[in-house]
Structure formats: structure tokens, C-alpha cells
Design a protein around this ligand. Structure first.
Ligand SMILES: NC(=O)c1ccc[n+]([C@@H]2O[C@H](COP(=O)([O-])OP(=O)(O)OC[C@H]3O[C@@H](n4cnc5c(N)ncnc54)[C@H](O)[C@@H]3O)[C@@H](O)[C@H]2O)c1
Length: 436
């Protein structure tokens, strides 16, 4: 099939590369000329395991092309995915400017019947707006569908190639047939393609993210309760998560959720509800808990060192909002680092993937280290913010030798209190007994 993908960010690039891998002719378009020039040379602007090889291979065999010419993408495709960003607007609602801008460009350059798919996460009713926009500019038939994306950054290729399910909101037999065929190679092991009406598909994506964010905020509050009662959140998590009705995933407490999706999608769903006169109380609480959680480790640091941190140095391990990505959008590490800087501290940071992103955010205000141990030199404390594998089993003697004082704040509960006690560390985990 001839497939076009408009927007080549985390989602669009993965979608384009994976659809090329299954034999389709894919043309990807983006307004970012620098990004497109790099992609033409197989240079991937993001860190995503397996993606570079996929892009390289499919460019080489001629199944994957890149352009800044959006009308060309429209003309040369029968199916067009819209995968541009939907950032939060000032009132929290999803800003549809990019999506509708693409719909206008597609409408203006339609030369035949097309299937147009909203892949971006968009509020209920957006596919209808996209259809209206295209139809107001073209008389060719258009089948607008909703196909929300559930991939996780850090495992995006794997998730797209072997999805738990594919959700397709369609309104015509033609759209159902074309998209069913396109996705058939990805569900050969029996995971379902779930066809539904468009509004249900649009809402499904928000509800999935709302459910996951709710689990995180709930467990972050449970961690607080554990600290108040002397319980251990790791044991509570195991005890609760082994109930089949609950399941073990997404029950790890941490420094608060971040990333490009949960924060904005929770806001957008609250806003969609408000627009219809409904107060989505649980989600407002989920958001409130998350904002407070991002400040928790600053409070622990202040409790240990006092409010004035000038003259103190902090090493921060982990900047990405989660392991496996270089994405720092809404990362709790930003709140932590800005808080430390505002209190006069010096900050030395390490991350296996996100240092280039961090440089754009903090400039000269922090010091960057390519090797994790180098960040520790002379530090009064280490703060672990992201659960990268390489942080899990450090050489604690070496860590201690490098630091001015052996104090560790562990927002991911990577270490064992007993071992930290033996090694004479002061150790602050989350929702478990501290070693002081
Ligand atoms: N990142 C994720 O993990 C993830 C997962 C599922 C769904 N989503 C959703 O997918 C959508 C895209 O997210 P992302 O993380 O890939 O965003 P991104 O910011 O990484 O990429 C968006 C791309 O769209 C391009 N763009 C913007 N306006 C354009 C236009 N008018 N024409 C052509 N290109 C344009 C930008 O230059 C950018 O390259 C969002 O709605 C997001 O919520 C993201």
C-alpha cells in the first residue's frame, strides 16, 4: 500500500519505519527541514532502540522516503497518518492547531479518494473536525478514521510490531477493510484488532493513559502512607500486585509521572469533561498528587540539609522521565534540578541518553558528565531520578570515595536499606525506611 505519515516525531517515525518494514511504500513528511535532512541520511533525532536500523534498512531498499513537501505526501499516498504533536493549550485542552493545519494541507492537495487516519492523541470529535476541514477544501471522497497509538517510548518499535491490541475507529467499510489489511501483519499472534466507532477510539486512548496515571498517583500516595506508618511500599506493592484483578505493572512509586503523554492527556481529558459540564474529580486528584510528588524529594533534601543549599553540590543520576528514552518533556528531574538551583546548589548531572536534551534546557547552569561516576565528584548527595539499568548496581565504595558525604536520595527505590546501612550511607528511599 502507499502510505503517508505527516509528522515524524517519536510516533510518526516509528509508524513510518514499521509500516515500511512490512512492505508498504512509505513517505514521511515534516515541516522541520533540519530533521528531514538528517533522516534522509538515516540520522535519527531521537533515542529509540532498534529504530535506526529499521530506518536505514528501509531507506536502502527504497520503501521509506522523507520530505518537507506535505502536498507530495498527500498525492503519493492512499492512506495518510496524521502524527503531529498535540501539546496542551493554555487551558489544558489539546491544541489542535497542528492537526487541523495538516488537515487543511491534505484537503488542498487531495487528488483522489484517500483514507486519512488521526494517529495523534486527540479529543473526542477531532476526527469529525478533520473530515469537515478536508471536505471543505476538496471534493474527493475522504474516509477519516481514528487509530490511537499505544507505543511506549524506549520500546516503541517492539510495541508497534507486537501491539497488545490495535484500536481502529472507522465509519466506512472501505476504511475498515484498508486499515484491517494494513495492520494484519502486526497481529498474527492473535492479539486483537478492535474496530469501533470513532468517538470510542478517540476516548480509549485517553482512558488508557488516565488509568495508568491513576495507578501511579495512587501508589505515590501509598508510598506516603508507608512512610507515615512504617510499612514498606515494595512489599505492599507485591502483596497487592499479585492479585489477578490488579496485576503487577505500573505499581512502582517514583518522583511523579512525566513525559509527553500522561501530563498533557490527563489535562486534556479533564478539559474535555469540563467542556461538557462534567467535573472529572478523580483525574483532578491524580494531577494534584503528581504535582506534589515532583516536589517530594526537594522536601526530603531540605529536611536533611536545611533550606539554604548554597555551597552544596548535588549529583543527579537520570534526567529522562523514564529509562530507555532521551525524552525530558515534563520530567520530574526538571522540577528537582530547578529547585536545587533556586536554593543556590551546584548540580552535576548524568544520563545515558538525555544529556543533549538537558543541555538545551539548562545551558551552562549545570555541569554535564558522560560517565555516571564522574558526576559524583565532590557531591554532598546523589539523587537518583531515573531507573536506568546502569544505576542499579553501582560500586558503592567507589561512589562513597568520590562524594564529599555519603548521602543518597533514591526516588526509584533501586537500593536496599540494609546494604546502605552496612556501607554507612545516609539513605532516603521512597515509601520505605530511611537510613539516617
Ligand atoms: N511520544 C509518545 O510516546 C506517544 C505515544 C502515543 C501517542 N502519542 C501522540 O502522538 C502525537 C505525536 O507525538 P510525538 O511524541 O511523536 O510528537 P513529537 O513532538 O515528537 O513530533 C511531532 C512532529 O510533528 C511535526 N509537525 C508539527 N506540525 C506539523 C505540520 N503542520 N506538518 C508536518 N509536521 C508537523 C513536528 O515537526 C514534529 O517532528 C501526539 O498527539 C502524542 O500525544 C505520543
Amino acid at each position: 500500500m502507499r502510505v503517508g505519515v505527516i509528522g515524524t516525531g517519536y510516533v510518526g517515525l516509528v509508524v513510518g519505519a514499521c509500516l515500511a518494514e512490512t512492505g508498504n511504500d512509505v513517505i514521511c513528511g515534516d515541516v522541520d527541514a533540519e530533521k528531514i535532512a538528517a533522516l534522509k541520511q538515516s540520522q535519527i533525532p531521537i533515542y529509540e532502540p532498534g529504530l535506526e536500523q529499521l530506518v536505514e534498512r528501509n531507506i536502502a531498499v527504497g520503501r521509506l522516503r522523507f520530505t518537507t513537501d506535505i502536498p507530495e505526501v498527500t498525492r503519493e499516498s492512499d492512506i495518510i497518518f496524521i502524527a503531529v504533536g498535540t501539546p496542551p493549550g493554555e487551558d489544558g485542552s489539546a491544541d489542535l492547531r497542528h492537526v487541523l493545519g495538516v488537515a487543511e494541507a491534505v484537503g488542498d492537495s487531495m487528488d483522489a479518494e484517500k483514507v486519512v487516519v488521526t494517529k495523534s492523541t486527540v479529543p473526542v470529535g477531532t476526527a469529525a473536525l478533520v473530515r469537515k476541514t478536508i471536505e471543505s477544501r476538496s471534493s474527493h471522497p475522504v474516509h477519516v478514521c481514528s487509530n490511537p497509538e499505544f507505543l511506549k517510548e524506549g520500546a516503541a518499535v517492539e510495541d508497534f510490531m507486537r501491539p497488545d491490541r490495535v484500536v481502529l475507529g472507522v465509519a466506512s467499510p472501505k476504511a475498515r477493510q484498508v486499515l484491517g489489511e494494513l495492520y494484519e501483519p502486526f497481529v498474527r499472534t492473535g492479539n486483537p484488532i478492535i474496530f469501533m466507532d470513532i468517538a470510542s477510539a478517540e476516548l480509549t486512548k485517553y482512558v488508557a493513559n488516565a488509568m495508568l496515571a491513576t495507578r501511579i498517583s495512587l501508589m505515590n500516595e501509598v508510598a506516603r502512607m508507608c512512610e507515615l506508618t512504617g510499612a514498606d511500599v515494595a512489599l505492599v506493592r507485591r502483596g497487592v500486585g499479585s492479585d489477578h484483578r490488579i496485576g503487577p505493572t505500573f505499581l512502582f512509586p517514583g518522583p511523579g509521572y512525566g513525559g509527553s503523554c500522561f501530563p498533557k492527556d490527563i489535562k486534556a481529558l479533564i478539559r474535555t469533561a469540563e467542556e461538557r459540564g462534567y467535573d472529572f474529580k478523580i483525574l483532578r486528584a491524580v494531577e494534584e498528587v503528581n504535582e506534589a510528588q515532583k516536589l517530594l524529594f526537594l522536601a526530603k533534601i531540605e529536611k536533611h540539609f536545611g533550606p539554604e543549599l548554597s555551597g552544596r553540590t548535588f549529583a543527579v543520576w537520570g534526567l529522562a522521565f523514564k529509562a530507555g528514552t532521551d525524552d525530558m518533556r515534563e520530567s520530574p528531574s526538571i522540577v528537582l534540578i530547578e529547585g536545587l538551583l533556586a536554593r543556590g546548589a551546584a548540580v552535576r548531572v548524568h544520563d545515558p541518553a538525555a544529556l543533549p536534551t538537558a543541555r538545551q534546557l539548562f545551558g551552562e547552569r549545570v555541569r554535564y558528565f558522560e560517565r555516571d561516576y564522574d558526576a559524583l565528584e565532590g557531591a554532598d548527595a546523589l539523587v537518583v531520578m531515573t531507573d536506568w539499568l546502569e544505576y542499579r548496581r553501582p560500586n558503592f565504595q567507589r561512589v562513597k570515595d568520590l562524594m564529599r558525604t555519603a548521602v543518597v536520595f533514591d526516588a526509584r527505590n533501586l537500593y536496599e536499606a540494609m546494604r546502605m546501612r552496612e556501607l554507612k550511607y545516609v539513605y532516603y528511599p521512597l515509601g520505605r525506611e530511611a537510613v539516617t
